[in-house]
Design a protein around this ligand. Sequence first.
Ligand SMILES: [Zn+2]
Length: 574
Amino acid sequence: MRYSKLLLPTTKEDPAEAEVVSHKLLLRAGFIRKLTAGVYSYLPLGLATLKKVSEIVRQEMNRADAQEILMPMVQQSDLWEESGRWNKYGAELLRFTDRHNRGFCLGPTHEEVITDLARRELKSYRQLPANLYQIQTKFRDEIRPRFGLMRGREFVMKDGYSFDIDDEGASLTYQKMYDAYHKVFKRCGLEFRAVEADTGSIGGSSSHEFMVLAQTGEDTLVICECCEYAANVEKAAVRVTAEKCLDVELQEMVEVETPGTKKVARVAEFLSVKTTDIIKTMIYLADGKPVAALVRGDRTVQPVKLKNILGAAEVDLLDDASAYDMTKLPVGYLGPVDLPLTVVADQEVMQMCNCVAGANKKGHHLTGVNPGRDFTPDVIGDLRQISTDDTCPSCDGTLRLTEGIEVGHIFKLGSVYSEAMNASFQDREGGEKPFVMGCYGIGVSRVIAAAIEQNHDKNGIIFPLPLAPFQVIVLNLGLKDSAITACADQIYSELLDQGIEVLLDDRDERPGSKFKDADLIGIPYRITVGKTFSKEGKVELRSRKDGQVESISHDSIVEHVVSLVSNELARTLS
Ligand SMILES: [Zn+2]
């Protein structure tokens, strides 16, 4: 493609409407344009990248014995009434009526349509397992569509559904999809992890989210530097490594005066103890009732864990004033000994001995406090947030905290939909059985946004090679010089002959803006033909990723770039 003929409207300024990097860069680099809130047109480069992701997904799904179909985007309400989701789904389901006053919706997902298809077409166990998928535009009427392709109302998704005769078969299919998803995101050239997930409202028994790692995301993950372990920090289980101090003589509990020490660090300083010797007492409101949560002084309470331990619907940390209003207790000097509240202790607290805790009296603490002897919590459990001081629960490796962007989600659905919609098949013995289902989604358009969140710098996008709209850009810096132009044209056409996706910047622009645009749109390899060619017959090759520059003879550049590209693509396949 010649740049001069391409619809590629780049801009210098950050668009005011964009809050996240991928949204800004997709607009600035001329990949997408907004039609209305959360609805975008894909310009040539945006579409090229979308096709790249789709094709990788398609190839890996086909390789895993899934078959591509295409279902309607418009769905009638009676199917959704059968599954029970017509009323349950909420305002995100865009409902409307046709001229005959029949109810319809724009499909945000296709469990109903596929289950209907399966009950008509899959009659016998001999046709199973069956795994069907589509790559299609979906619509979800988000209340606040934002972040461009990250959370739009209209988006492109791969959704797949499997039908098995029993749980065992469904588990095998699930594993096959789990493996295929790893291949997909590896082939996209992305750093990602699979994280065990809650099944949420969709129902079922097992589920994984595939998260692209980035500096910004919706979920904080803890990942291992040494193995594949990854978990949401809200749920990441913590192992107790500290041992109960067995050979230590237990001290008497003593009340000491500690004025002005509401914070753990101040107490430690005042009493010359370590923060790890202090029991921190936090007051939370759990479903309207104040409870005390205990963790070691250097630790953080994880509210989601507290909520789960208590089986509460809602848990909120109380600020000092509200905590005082509700309990009339001397907040800042609270401790578990004779505390008239429900006390939930982190398991690690029970390993501590001779520690310091609030005395439930303003300006006073207790020393020599021993859990079990001086107080017994109402509940003991895994309450604290995992930290990078912890080691990996599966291999003892070093942990790292990172943000994650969900790009894929796989579920074992069981027979929730097949039972609700009477979708059954004849088994080997001639009996009727409901299908055991699974569903598997990939946010195809979201992968583009996630790839940019993970790979960019101040100058623009740094596409992983497999997703780049073009693999190579050739800059002609001597449009009026016939030798330079002939060389640039020749490199361009030879690269095309070799099957390389190449963009030739043949615009009448200053070199500076050509360099800027090439960086902005994120093409992995840049070949510059300019003065050095006139002087020495050499062209410049620059890698967008690491900025490395090589000067290479004009007659060997094509061969060199072809091998760079094919080696790099091969690495994503192995
Ligand atoms: Zn590990």
